[in-house]
Structures are given as structure tokens and as C-alpha cells.
Design a protein around this ligand. Structure first.
Ligand code: AVI
Length: 322
């Protein structure tokens, strides 16, 4: 019944099947080559990401979860009762359940997620755990403007939830665009709760993106496996290695796939040459300072109303208002 309810309430904005072929060909034709990190998250990539969050070196998820538990009572009184919670890129929905349980009688929950299967599954799970919260899933690409469904009971205010430091995977301009779209969605009295990974000892950050078990390497290489599966390309996975380095001057992890030898790769009938040691950029993960994040939010017309960091200052949550 929970799945049926989630289906019934689904707003399907039919996100265009991203043109993975067009993006792959364009990225491979650039110098230096690059591929967009959004293509990490097929079914296998999403499983590998979940496994990353359980690695001892990947502190982000654990630290954010503990911080959220600690901060929730203060968030709940700042937000008040009857909120409409809107989450961008909702994933497994584990953090969401804690948030919805900690808020005062949330009226409705709108997860915005591009993967229809993940969206319906997590919404169904939340619907059975929280029957009093109206579930209004939206299948859409949150990097584009998303019209939000109206809850049956008029909500007191909108709270946008964007955890996990997902914002860090976007360039500065893209991040400003996403925050500006959130400001639009939340309205004049709305708030946004954003998770941000903070600047710290680069050795800790690099370890998080180079776990000893090799799960992050498998996650990165799955991008090539996905292209082989979906486009029939012939990337030799043994011919590339994952490399994630912290670029301190740009405050971000830059992840590359490095060609282990000179080689040719065929994609949709086109051949691309890789030199030995050639590095192809596949992801950024920005790390923020307090001031840097406040400046970024201000560029999108948002102010930091409140915030908290974990005791070691590794990860932060920020409550933003227009
Ligand atoms: C989803 N995102 C916030 C993760 C991050 O930390 O940038 C993706 C990731 N890439 C490698 N490990 C985790």
C-alpha cells in the first residue's frame, strides 16, 4: 500500500534522459579530457556510493549524521510545526527519516530525485514509517527549476534539505544556481538546511577519497564500466587508475582516471587516444570555510541564519534564509 500511495502522488516531470553519449563524446574531445560526475549514479554506482559511506576513512556521512542528531532540537524550534520538507537528490532517505522524526509535525515531504526507481522505493519506505506526513515525490533533475506540488494541508513554511555536501560536487557557478533555485522554491519565509564538508588537514580529506578497501576506486571506475554497458564503448578498466588529490589552492578534491599506458578507446565509432599517464577529470568535491560558504550563499541571495559544526570542525550544517 505504501508503494501504491507513493506512485499515486508522484509528480513526474519526465527529466530528459541525459544525453550520456553527447556528454561523453564532448568530454573526451576536450583537452584535458573530462567526464561529468553525475553519470556515477547508475544502479551499480549508487550501490558503491552507499558502500563508500560505510568506509572508515569516509567521515562525511557519519559526522553529518551525528551532528544532525545533536542539532535537531534547535532546528525543530527554529522551523516550528507544520513544515513542508523538500529534499534535493534524496538518495537512500536515511538522514531524511531522522529529520522528519525530529521536526514538529511536518505536514509534507517532497523528495526531488532524477532516478524514478530510487525515488519510489525511498518514498514508500518513509510513507510506512511516517504515515502522518503527506508524501509528494517529484521525479525531476534538481539542477533545473522544479515547480513544487502543493500539500493538501497548507504548510506553515518550506524547509529545503540538501545534506551530504552534495553542493560540493558542483562548480562555483553551478552551486550559486542551485542555491538560487532553492531560494525561489522556499519562498520569503522559507529556510534551507545544507550540509557542507569543511576545510581540514588535507591528509584526512585525501584518505576519505582513497579508502584502503578500494571502494572509491571501484566507484570511479564504474563510470567507464557504465559507458561500456550503455554506449558499447571499449574502455579497458585495467588500463585506468583512480587518483584523488586535494588541490589546496582551490579547496577541493579533484578526482581523475589516469591512463596506465598509451591506448585507444572506441566510443560510438569514434576513436580517442590516451597518452600514458594522461589524467581525465571526473569529479570535484569542494571543501568550505565558514566565510567562503557564507559568500557563496550570499551570491544566491541567501543569508546564514544559524549553523553548527561537529566538535572537531570537520563538517557543518547551515540554516539559510532569504
Ligand atoms: C555525493 N558526494 C557528496 C560525494 C562526495 O564526497 O563528493 C561523492 C563521492 N565521491 C567520492 N566519494 C564520494
Amino acid at each position: 500500500p505504501a508503494t501504491a500511495r507513493a506512485h499515486a502522488a508522484l509528480t513526474d516531470l519526465h527529466p530528459p534522459a541525459d544525453d550520456i553519449l553527447r556528454d561523453a563524446l564532448a568530454g573526451l574531445s576536450r583537452t584535458p579530457k573530462r567526464l561529468p560526475s553525475k553519470y556515477f549514479y547508475d544502479a551499480q554506482g549508487s550501490r558503491l556510493f552507499e558502500a563508500i559511506t560505510r568506509q572508515p576513512e569516509y567521515y562525511l556521512t557519519r559526522v553529518e549524521q551525528a551532528l544532525l542528531d545533536d542539532y535537531l532540537p534547535a532546528i525543530a524550534s527554529a522551523i516550528g510545526s507544520g513544515a513542508h520538507v523538500v529534499e534535493y537528490g534524496s538518495g537512500s532517505g536515511r538522514k531524511t527519516r531522522r529529520l522528519l522524526e525530529g521536526l514538529r509535525e511536518p505536514a509534507a515531504y517532497t523528495p526531488v530525485e532524477i532516478s524514478r526507481a530510487a525515488l519510489l522505493e525511498s518514498t514508500a519506505r518513509l510513507a510506512s514509517a511516517l504515515p502522518a506526513v503527506e508524501m509528494l515525490p517529484v521525479c525531476a533533475d534538481f539542477t533545473r527549476p522544479v515547480p513544487l506540488p502543493a500539500p493538501t494541508r497548507r504548510p506553515r513554511r518550506t524547509l529545503v534539505f540538501f545534506p551530504g555536501s552534495t553542493l560540493g560536487n558542483f562548480t562555483h557557478d553551478e552551486a550559486v544556481g542551485i542555491l538560487a533555485a532553492m531560494r525561489e522554491a522556499m519562498g520569503a519565509d522559507g529556510r534551507a538546511l545544507i550540509g557542507i564538508d569543511l576545510q581540514k588537514d588535507p591528509a584526512l580529506i585525501e584518505a576519505a577519497y582513497n579508502d584502503a578497501a578500494g571502494v572509491t576506486a571501484a566507484f570511479t571506475l564504474n563510470l567507464l564500466a557504465r559507458l561500456n554497458r550503455e554506449l558499447g564503448s571499449d574502455f579497458d578498466l585495467a588500463g585506468f587508475r583512480h587518483r584523488a588529490v586535494y588541490a589546496g589552492e582551490r579547496s577541493r578534491i579533484e578526482t581523475f582516471l589516469v591512463s596506465q599506458r598509451a591506448q585507444q578507446v572506441q566510443v560510438a565509432g569514434r576513436r580517442f587516444h590516451f597518452d600514458a599517464g594522461e589524467a581525465m577529470l571526473v569529479e570535484y568535491s569542494h571543501k568550505y570555510s565558514d566565510g567562503g560558504f557564507a559568500t557563496l550563499a550570499a551570491a544566491a541571495g541567501l543569508a546564514v541564519a544559524d549553523g553548527r559544526n561537529d566538535p572537531r570542525g570537520w563538517f557543518g550544517l547551515r540554516l539559510l534564509r532569504p
